[in-house]
Design a protein around this ligand. Sequence first.
Ligand code: MRU
Length: 343
Amino acid sequence: MISPIEWRDGKLYILNQLKLPVEKEYNVKSTVEDVFYAIKDMELRGAPLIGIAAAYGVYLAAKEIDFNNHQEFMKHIEEKTEYLAQSRPTAVNLFWALDRMKEKAKTLENLSLDDKKKSLLEEAISIHKEDEAINRSIGENFLKLLKDGMTIMTHCNAGSLATSKYGTATSPMYLAKEKGWSFKVFANETRPYLQGARLTAYELHHSGVDVTLICDNMAGSLMAEGKIDAIITGADRVAANGDTANKIGTLQLAVMAKHYGVPFYVAVPTPTIDLSTPTGKEIPIEERGSHEVTNWFGKATAPEGIKVFNPAFDVTPHQLITAIVTEKGIIYPPYNMSRGWGC
Ligand SMILES: CSC[C@H](O)[C@@H](O)C(=O)COP(=O)(O)O
């Protein structure tokens, strides 16, 4: 499995996903600004990975401090967490990780400056490591819903490249392979940014999973022909009522899945559940630049000056979701996320 982020020899390495699948290049990020732009410009992406990177970003911000006045220390941390929070709006894992780092910083009042920095690094490393364990548990829980020989469709990249390891939606695929099961996977290319083609197809193929790439508009015909046993996607934010924001195009898959009787599952680490957002209507949806729709590899694919609408995510209403699988267990409708997360 390809690792998208590494803390090694005192440095933060990030895989430049903008260059995949052609080139595998890791860049060192040394400042909080480096991390901000890596998230904003999508050098790294995917809800859990954005949270992990942001946590290291807070440590890098603390590293700049050369005084030990706790009030001033907290002021700096708060400024930098607010700054990092502006990098992308939809994936709640970003805000979750920033809050966790801020809460940790508050507890460090009586430590030396060096120990404060060390503790924040340890907290970022814990967030990173916990994510791996969470994803593995999501996969284990998912295998209770799936059977050897199934054909699964997935959308966007909720794979190892969007997390620390295993991915969320792809975790059952990797775990099934470990068990000797054979799944066939259809990965949707995921216009306009092609995360499905550039990332999901790349990482599954690289790991020896039987993956077939399709364009997004081919998904319906596969479902109509009865060729899909289940759809599994990730999520960028789950509201308290179970409405789920994920990569644009997820909603139409869920609608088609309902029509054709295909189970539609969402793989979710609990930090992606946002009880402070009551329904999907309140989830902020990022709108990205028109060039993602009108150009590819520097070539125009649409007339110059055309009007473009480019929302990066859509919200699937909870009524269309068969089950939400977390590291704690499986949640079935009716969804009330404040009641528990599948324990
Ligand atoms: C791994 S959880 C779900 C994901 O965050 C994913 O499917 C997704 O929508 C990623 O969007 P991106 O815009 O590439 O950050």
